[in-house]
Design a protein around this ligand. Structure first.
Ligand code: T46
Length: 142
């Protein structure tokens, strides 16, 4: 995993962990501590058996999220309208902040990949920018 994030409205979140090898790892996130908001919603994505799957392809207007790959791996592509970055998500101890106005795409999933996302708000379709041109226009609005 590349630990230097150069796009805006992002950053790395390190979770606390206890390694009890060979009896497992315990990995912890807490609202307003290592997770920089109060978690109102979480969702996970699994069963990524189609190697050609692409997910994401959108940005959010206001939503704050942290994305983790808690098993397997995938490639997260970020684009703040100026800078682009690809991050290999293969370390369950690190999450990536998906702040507002950050176009994101997920691809190249391993079959055992499990993605966990923490969000600071409930689902609202009106918060999504699902068209790239609309996203660029939204960035230049204010
Ligand atoms: C994101 C990336 C990382 C709901 O009804 N409630 C929900 O909480 C979510 C997350 C989705 N949905 C519905 C909306 C769509 O009809 O589930 C369907 C699939 O969602 P979407 O195509 O947006 O899934 P992804 O994987 O492209 O994006 C998801 C999140 O939606 C998005 O916020 O940032 O994961």
């Amino acid at each position: 995993m590349n630990k230097k994030i150069k796009v805006k409205n992002s950053g790395l979140i390190k979770l606390q962990s206890f390694n009890d090898f060979p009896d497992g790892n315990l990995v912890i996130g807490e609202s307003n501590r290592n997770v920089p908001f109060v978690i109102k919603r979480f969702y996970f994505i699994n069963n990524l058996f189609n190697k050609k799957s692409h997910r994401g392809h959108h940005a959010h207007k206001k939503l704050e999220q942290i994305i983790f790959c808690i098993n397997g791996s995938f490639v997260l592509k970020l684009d703040d309208g100026k800078n682009k970055q690809r991050i290999l998500m293969d370390n369950p101890h690190y999450g990536v902040r998906l702040g507002p106005k950050l176009w994101h795409t997920m691809e190249k999933f391993s079959a055992d990949c499990v993605i966990l996302v923490l969000a600071d708000d409930y689902y609202q379709e009106s918060d999504y920018l699902r068209n790239y041109d609309e996203f660029i226009k939204y960035l230049n609005k204010k």
